[in-house]
Write a protein that binds this ligand. Structure first.
Ligand code: IMP
Ligand code: MG
Length: 177
């Protein structure tokens, strides 16, 4: 079976850097002294989180979660499993979920409900990419990098079957594999 190929660049490293800096300015302004807890969603958000964090000029802490949706490699099924939970007790904390990409919104709507049940002061979402898909679960994304069409993307942390995460730009795949 032929492998799907990388098509064109969607966002260059420079475009991403500029947008990440803007998001970081807003986050720094909004959270100020509140000792924000950044929750990176593994694995896809690791590049975005690292760049975003270094643009923030406020004090932050880090934690990570790994989630898995049952189903095929490129389609989300809606059933979410926690593979790695937080180490941190988030009671009374200001939490910002940092995610690479929102597709159907199922993963994040599940995660939001799960974290809200733990009694934090606040939980918000920062996502680099938000796909315009038809059957979307509504989740409020306070900090959104870019809105993109419904194409499969790789690079800047995002993968196709664990490949291409280290590309310094974001590219589309030639077809939905
Ligand atoms: P959702 O639950 O449908 O919003 O799925 C979100 C997750 O599916 C993302 O965090 C990615 O891990 C994965 N995903 C969805 N679309 C893509 C894509 O185009 N490239 C890489 N991963 C994707
Ligand atoms: Mg992900």
């Amino acid at each position: 079976m032929a492998e799907p190929e990388i098509e064109g660049t969607l966002f260059t490293g420079e475009q991403i850097k500029a947008r990440v800096a803007e998001l970081a300015r807003r986050i720094s302004h909004d959270y100020g002294e509140s000792r924000l807890l950044l929750v990176g969603i593994l694995k896809g958000a690791f590049v975005f989180l690292a760049d975003l964090a270094r643009e923030l000029d406020i004090e932050v802490e880090f934690d990570f979660m790994a989630l898995s949706s049952y189903g095929s490699m490129t389609k989300t099924s809606g059933v979410v499993r926690i593979l790695k939970d937080l180490d941190t007790d988030i009671t009374g904390r200001n939490v910002l979920i940092v995610e690479d990409l929102i597709d159907t919104g199922l993963t994040l709507s599940y995660l939001l409900r799960n974290l809200e049940a733990r009694g934090p002061e606040s939980v918000e979402i920062c996502a680099l990419l938000n796909k315009r898909v038809a059957d979307k679960v509504e989740v409020l994304i306070k900090y959104e990098g870019f809105s993109i069409p419904d194409v499969f993307v790789v690079g800047y942390g995002m993968d196709y079957a664990e490949r291409y995460r280290n590309l310094p730009y974001i590219a589309g795949m030639e077809r939905r594999p």
